[in-house]
Design a protein around this ligand. Structure first.
Ligand SMILES: NC(=O)c1ccc[n+]([C@@H]2O[C@H](COP(=O)([O-])OP(=O)(O)OC[C@H]3O[C@@H](n4cnc5c(N)ncnc54)[C@H](OP(=O)(O)O)[C@@H]3O)[C@@H](O)[C@H]2O)c1
Length: 208
C-alpha cells in the first residue's frame, strides 16, 4: 500500500513510518521543516514538505491510505485548526480520490469530558468533532483512541474495546496497532480505545 503519514516526524508518526516500511508499505510523510526530509529519506520514506495550516494537499497524491498522527501538544488556539479543520480537510481531500483507507490516531476520553483534565478539553472537543465527520464520511476509516502516550518500548500486547478505563500505552504499540489496522479489513468502520495490555495485537483486533 502507498501510505501518507501526517505528523511523520512526530513521536508516534515516526514510529508509524518505521513500522509501515518494515511491513512492506511505501510511505510518504508530511514534515514541516527541510531538516526533517533527510531523516525521513534515510528510513526509506518519501518526504513532502508542507504545513497543515497551509499547503499539504500534495502529500495525498496517489496514495491508497493515510494515517493521522499529527497534532500533539499545541498552542490551545490551534487545536481547532489542526485536530478539527485540518483533519476534516484531509478526510475530504482523500475521499475525492475515491475509496481510500484513513486511520486516525484520536484520543481516549472524549465521551467523558467531565472526568478529563481541563488542559485536554480543547483538543478532545476538536477530536470528537473530526472523528464524527470522518465516521459520517465515505472513507474506509478506523479511529484509534489511545490512552496517555509514553515512549517506553513496545510490547506488542494491548487491550482494545469501545470503552476502557484510563491508562497508558507506548507510542510504539500505538504505531503497531495503526499498521496492523492497515492490513486488517475488519477494523474498517471501527472506533476503539487502546491501552497497554496482555493480548497480542492481531488477536485483540480479531476480537474487536
Ligand atoms: N500525548 C498523549 O498522551 C496523547 C494521548 C492520546 C492521543 N494523542 C494524540 O496522538 C497523536 C500523536 O501524538 P504525539 O504525542 O506522538 O505527537 P508529537 O510527537 O507531538 O507529534 C506531532 C506531530 O504533528 C506535527 N504537526 C503539528 N502541527 C503541524 C502543522 N501545522 N503542520 C504539519 N504538522 C504538524 C508535528 O510536526 P513538527 O515535527 O514539525 O513539530 C509533529 O511531527 C496526536 O494526534 C495526539 O493528539 C496524544
Amino acid at each position: 500500500m502507498k501510505v501518507a503519514v501526517f505528523g511523520a516526524a512526530g513521536r508516534t508518526g515516526h514510529r508509524v513510518v518505521v513500522q509501515a516500511l518494515a511491513a512492506g508499505h511505501q510511505v510518504r510523510g508530511l514534515v514541516r521543516r527541510a531538516e526533517q526530509v533527510a531523516a525521513l529519506n534515510s528510513l526509506g520514506a518519501e518526504a513532502f514538505v508542507g504545513d497543515l495550516l497551509g499547503e499539504w494537499q500534495g502529500v495525498l497524491e496517489g496514495v491508497d491510505a493515510a494515517v493521522w498522527a499529527a497534532g500533539g501538544h499545541l498552542d490551545p488556539a490551534q487545536y481547532a485548526q489542526i485536530d478539527y479543520d485540518a483533519l476534516i480537510r484531509v478526510a475530504d481531500v482523500l475521499a475525492e480520490q475515491g475509496p481510500r483507507r484513513l486511520i486516525v490516531v484520536s484520543s481516549m476520553g472524549m465521551d467523558r469530558l467531565d472526568q478529563m483534565p481541563p488542559f485536554m478539553i480543547a483538543a478532545l472537543e476538536a477530536k470528537l468533532a473530526s472523528d464524527t465527520h470522518v465516521q459520517r464520511g465515505p472513507l474506509d476509516w478506523t479511529i484509534v483512541r489511545p490512552g496517555g502516550l509514553n515512549d517506553e518500548a513496545g510490547t506488542g500486547r494491548v487491550q482494545v474495546a469501545p470503552q476502557l478505563p484510563g491508562g497508558q500505552i507506548s507510542r510504539e504499540d500505538v504505531a503497531a496497532v495503526v499498521v496492523a489496522c492497515l492490513e486488517t479489513p475488519r477494523t474498517v468502520h471501527r472506533t476503539f480505545e487502546l491501552l497497554a495490555g496482555e493480548q497480542p495485537i492481531a488477536e485483540a483486533l480479531a476480537e474487536l
